[in-house]
Write a protein that binds this ligand. Structure first.
Ligand code: GLU
Length: 389
């Protein structure tokens, strides 16, 4: 029997998706599961966005479109990047992709080849290293610790750069840690990128989910020079509760945007046409829904934070953005996978083991779920922790 391609043996399946699927399957069996697994807002997509997609369906927007996306959506994205992020892009710089995930995957295919190194600070979103490997490149993981609030320092970045470095993956607000780089920290990282001439892909999918005084600065807007080295990846899923719509985008210098569009033209073609009309409404309509969801996340964050930090053996920094708590369990003397398996099997609480994110002493809890589930799940977690501690 012929073997599968060796590239597939180098990558595990996505654990965030696997755990979320397991929690859903247990629920379908009638088991009362509290799921803090996949980062998926529990809200329905706002009505005006749904309506815009329905109108597009009624208008017959059901055919193939341009591989890079509907021109109106690309223009709306360029406008948003200008207004919100001070990034000067035209529609020709934008490629609409099947979620933020595909923008990153296609970028790796467009830029990375064997011998290329891609710098990824850990903890990282679990698909980054696997995408690099699938493209034939080498992920270079730079560990960070809670002492630097899980942020890479300019010195660490400089130290990791070699003549083979092609790309640096920068993610703020961060999944899984919820940390946000301050504008000054972004500028300091941008200086290293510019001095060394590496590319940076900035994953900004959580940019609107910020708490207290946290502020988001795109690394592409840190200086006119850093703009030249930046590729922005983002999408609609987290901000507008549109996870299932699969609409994301990439903004890049024209040669890179064209390369990504070419790959898309030979793989998926355009993103679902009428879904793109929903995305236009998301950017052009009222942003009140974003503020309402943020207000709910803010309350949930506080409740989960208070529960976690009151448990023996658990330490968890307060996140500044996204909707994840990243809790250190090292004092409990257990590694993350065993901890999460025990939690799910014995207490019906789903969370993602930090080993998936390159941090085996930590557990990620998503609080993009309702308050009742948070309280119930945290009480079950407390019972579990007390049984171990
Ligand atoms: N990005 C989300 C998460 O980290 C959704 C699942 C996935 O795509 O990995 O939970």
């Amino acid at each position: 029997m012929k073997k599968l391609a060796s590239r597939i043996e180098q990558v595990p399946a996505s654990l965030t998706l696997a755990i979320a699927a397991k929690a859903k399957a247990m629920r379908a069996e009638g088991i009362d599961v509290c799921s803090f697994s996949a980062g998926e807002p529990d809200f329905d997509t706002p009505k005006h966005i749904v309506e815009a997609a329905k109108v597009a369906l009624d208008q017959g927007k059901t055919r193939y479109g341009a591989a890079a996306g509907e021109p109106q959506l690309r223009a709306a994205i360029a406008q948003k990047l200008q207004t919100d992020n001070q990034l000067c892009y035209g529609a020709e710089n934008i490629v609409v992709t099947n979620g933020g995930k595909q923008s990153l995957f296609n970028l790796m295919l467009a830029m990375i080849e064997p011998g290329d190194e891609v710098i990824i600070p850990a903890p990282y979103w679990l698909s980054y290293p696997e995408m690099v490997k699938l493209a034939g490149g080498t992920p270079v993981i730079v560990p960070t610790s809670v002492d630097s609030r899980f942020k890479i320092t300019p010195e660490q970045l400089r130290h990791a750069i070699t003549p083979n470095t092609k790309l640096f993956i920068f993610n703020s607000p961060s999944n899984p840690t919820g940390m946000v780089y301050t504008p000054d920290e972004v500028r300091a990282i941008a200086s290293v990128v510019v001095e060394t001439g590496i590319w940076v892909v900035s994953d900004e999918i959580y940019e609107k989910i910020l708490y207290d005084n946290a502020a988001h600065l795109s690394i592409g807007a840190a200086s006119p020079e850093s703009y030249e080295y930046t590729i922005v990846s983002s999408g609609f899923a987290k901000t507008y509760a549109m996870t299932g719509w699969r609409v994301g985008f990439l903004a890049a210098p024209p040669a890179i945007a064209q390369a990504v569009s070419k790959i898309q033209g030979h793989s998926t073609s355009n993103v679902c046409t009428f879904a793109q009309y929903g995305a236009i409404a998301a950017y052009q309509g009222s942003q009140a829904c974003v503020h309402d969801m943020l207000a709910a996340f803010t309350q949930r964050r506080q409740v989960m934070y208070d529960y976690l930090n009151a448990m023996p053996g658990i330490a968890c920094p307060q996140p500044d953005g996204a909707f994840y708590m990243f809790a250190d369990i090292s004092k409990l003397g257990m590694k993350s996978l065993d901890f999460c398996n025990g939690l799910l099997d014995a207490h019906q609480v789903a969370a993602v083991p930090g080993i998936a994110f390159g941090a085996n002493d930590c557990i990620r809890f998503s609080y993009a779920t309702d308050m009742e589930t948070i309280r119930k799940g945290m009480e079950r977690l407390e019972a579990y922790v007390r049984s171990i501690a």
